[in-house]
Design a protein around this ligand. Structure first.
Ligand code: CDP
Ligand code: MG
Length: 734
């Protein structure tokens, strides 16, 4: 429970509603404090079964400007923006008054570091200013984003502001989705895409300006881009490089880019009151829901919207369900609460919803991943609920295992999140952890991704760019040497590098595919086994990123049966995916088929898109399309040619041991081979939930390992005794 003494006067929307007293609604009980009520009729208490108690911890200061605040709140409730209104909005952004100074600075310096509060207009405005100033006469303006959703939504916004159709002068490009054309001069893209563009155009001659945006996020690709961009800037004096960041520690960027000047865009920020829970919360999802309802029921809706930070799609869907369930209990007695989820796999047409104006008297609650921390600005947020977690990649170079784990955020993240509430008026942030945790348990900053990632893809890219000495590469923060060695070792094992660490023909072909090296190797190897048509279908299905099957709670048995139909004969999960794809194709992409088989339409369409692109890339590396549907052994061998480092051998009762650096793993419950438990398997990936699970599993014959990867497996390793330890030695020099 929290109550802000300053808000006492505002807190009266339900005071007159006698019938609410001690009325059990869903899991929540709303009740007026009877003693207080006699004395002060407009005061009430909201009681939930698991009430959350907060203590006000501090107020983050900000520069308050009341006049602008009013302007902006009025704007945020207006109807769909017209072109003129959008121009007014552009002019009201903090960056607008620095436009001329900024353009002058860009003219005077080749590399400029730009720092400005999130929402000040860096991403949407700077490329437009440069376009208006004529920079696009000499080449495109490229602006990178760490996140796909951000690239898409920012491009959409900018094309709206310019009054043109998306994909024409303004476009975006993300992996497997290119929404640009020859006309495109403002190109928003993920950092990974720009990295790949270096392969086709090493000096990026078609660009006049490169803006590496959201630099503070320090994603793996952004960190690699820093090195490459710094390098090409030396021999392309005409190229302008902008490094933009939302955090103030820009000196590090400046130092790295040979003391590039820093341009500060003073932000507009209002004070934010921070509230912490009194005690740690055991169930932060429930706590987040209760807090959101507490806010919604006690604060007038016109006041502002709520933003909840969650770790991923699953949590967001969970919270959405719980919220809907609890809101149903209130019926129409309370103001409408509109739930807007946003995460990277959310279908594009639903993403726009978070920016849409809402009916008068309603309130929006945005359920977002870290994407809303700095990449996306949603106007009108006044309350932030921060459970204090995010999903973070971690990598163990010893075992070569990468995992995505729910991890406490850093202090810097917590502050960014809180700041999201004070953009258009004074805000409040409710942290679902104690002040003690904030000060004593959270790290100051998030560790850059390069220090906690598998680097095999990056190393392959660098090698294909002709950068031989990857160990002494000029990284802003060098990755652990062990990670680089591990990457070299894997690429050598896959045949992408020779033993001097030089790129081979296989490696060159692999680098053409925007995929993980093991997947690329599988595709390249499919040439030998004459089944490239099947393998690209499998690779596409594995790359979709969202689930293929769905299983409604009330029809679970039917859905499971439908799914198992693709697994007949214990073909393994890879071939089952192929069966799904082919069966869809055979019905001529019929709609009926989705329903009968409990398949996600969107995932299949995406798989088809990806497959088409992989097919194009096959041509580029001069691999013919060959089909060998009947020969499942050939298909499995091609899979193993890429994934032999992911082989495992059963020890007993469903307990497997991975072969390289033994680790105990299990078959994922979603696998068709869960009950068959073959003795030897190859898996696509490991996921850690309650146990370490292998996902997408296919049976193999141990002799195949010796046949396909003789440099890693000897016959004596795989034959005979089960307990014998297998080894894989990649004797490699870099
Ligand atoms: O990059 P920075 O965080 O400095 O700001 P921005 O992304 O350029 O956003 C500036 C303003 O544009 C935001 O305050 C939003 O009002 C608006 N915007 C939007 O309405 N829709 C988007 N997809 C992106 C930005
Ligand atoms: Mg931005």
């Amino acid at each position: 429970r929290y109550r802000d003494p300053n808000d006492e006067n505002k807190v009266k929307p339900f005071a007159e509603q006698e019938s609410w007293e001690e009325n059990q609604i869903g899991k929540a009980i709303l009740k007026f404090g009877s003693r207080d009520r006699k004395q002060k009729s407009d005061e009430f208490e909201l009681v939930f079964e698991n009430q959350i108690e907060f203590i006000k911890a501090e107020v983050m200061d900000g520069r308050s400007d009341k006049r602008e605040s009013v302007e902006l709140t009025e704007k945020s409730i207006m109807a769909k923006p017209t072109f003129d209104k959008l121009q007014d909005e552009r002019k009201s952004l903090p960056i607008y008054r620095y436009k001329d100074k900024l353009l002058r600075a860009i003219n005077d310096h080749q590399i400029l570091v730009i720092v400005g509060e999130t929402g000040s207009g860096k991403t949407t405005q700077i490329p437009q200013y440069l376009h208006e100033a004529g920079f696009t006469k000499f080449g495109k303006i490229g602006c990178t984003q760490p996140r796909r959703v951000a690239a898409m939504s920012v491009a959409a916004r900018v094309s709206q502001e310019m009054g043109i159709k998306m994909g024409h002068e303004v476009g975006y490009s993300i992996r497997f989705e290119d929404c640009t054309c020859e006309k495109t001069v403002l190109k928003y893209m993920t950092d990974g895409i720009l990295l790949r563009e270096f392969l086709g155009e090493p000096d990026l001659a078609s660009y006049s300006v490169l803006m590496v945006d959201e630099a503070h996020e320090r994603t793996l690709s952004t960190d690699v881009l820093f090195v490459l961009v710094k390098d090409i800037a030396r021999f392309r004096p005409d190229l302008k490089v902008l490094i933009s960041s939302a955090t103030l520690d820009a000196e590090k960027f400046s130092d790295y880019f040979d003391s590039a000047p820093i341009f500060y865009v003073p932000g507009r920020r209002y004070p934010v009151e921070i509230h912490n829970t009194k005690a740690p919360e055991a169930d932060y999802l429930d706590a987040a829901v209760v807090t959101a309802l507490q806010i919604h029921l006690t604060q007038p809706p016109g006041d502002g919207d709520i933003l909840i930070f969650l770790t991923g799609q699953e949590e967001i869907e969970n919270v959405e369900d719980i919220l809907k369930y609890r809101l149903r209990g209130f019926g129409s007695k309370i103001a409408e609460l509109i739930i807007c989820p946003i995460y990277s796999n959310l279908p594009t047409e639903l993403q726009a919803k978070i920016f849409e104006p809402i009916p008068q008297g309603a309130r929006k609650v945005v359920l977002a991943t870290n994407i809303a921390e700095t990449s996306l600005t949603i106007d009108g947020i006044k309350y932030v609920i921060d459970p204090g977690f995010c999903k973070m990649k971690s990598y163990n170079p010893r075992t070569g295992m990468e995992s995505l784990l729910v991890t406490p955020i850093s202090k810097a993240s917590a502050d960014q999140r809180a700041g999201r509430s004070g953009r258009t008026s004074p805000g409040k942030c409710f942290r679902l952890y104690t002040a003690y945790t904030y000060y004593n348990d959270l790290e100051d900053n998030t560790v850059p991704e390069i220090k906690r990632s598998n680097l095999s893809n990056v190393v392959l890219t660098l090698k294909s760019l002709g950068i031989h000495n990857v160990v002494n590469f000029d990284f802003m923060d060098p990755p652990p040497e062990e990670s680089i060695l591990k990457a070299l070792e894997l690429l050598y094992a896959l045949g992408a590098l020779n033993k001097h660490g030089e790129l081979t023909k296989v490696g060159r072909r692999m680098a053409e595919f925007p995929l993980d090296p093991m997947l690329s190797k599988m595709i390249v190897a499919s040439d030998k086994y004459k089944c490239s048509a099947e393998i690209i279908s499998i690779a596409a299905m594995l790359s979709v990123g969202s689930s293929i099957f769905y299983s409604p709670k009330n029809r679970k048995v039917l859905a499971d049966n439908a799914r198992m139909n693709f697994h007949v004969g214990n073909v393994g999960d890879h071939i089952a995916l192929l069966n799904v794809y082919n069966s869809w194709k055979e019905t001529d992409y019929s709609t009926q088929w989705y329903y009968e088989n409990f398949i996600q339409v969107r995932s299949m369409k995406r798989a088809r898109d990806i497959r088409d692109q992989l097919k194009g890339l096959l041509e580029r590396v001069e691999i013919g399309l060959s089909s060998n549907l009947k020969d499942t052994e050939a298909i499995k061998k091609a899979i193993i040619a890429g994934f032999f480092p992911h082989s495992a051998h059963m020890q007993k009762n469903g307990l497997y041991r991975t072969i390289k650096l033994p680790q105990t793993v299990y078959i994922h419950p979603s696998s068709g081979l869960l009950h068959a438990r073959p003795s030897w398997v190859v898996y696509h990936e490991l996921v850690l939930t309650s146990k370490e699970y292998m996902r997408q599993v296919t049976e193999l014959k141990p002799e195949w390992l010796v046949e396909i990867a003789p440099h890693c497996f000897k016959l004596k390793d795989v034959a005979g005794s089960d307990s014998k330890k297998q080894t894989c030695e990649g004797d490699l020099v870099s």
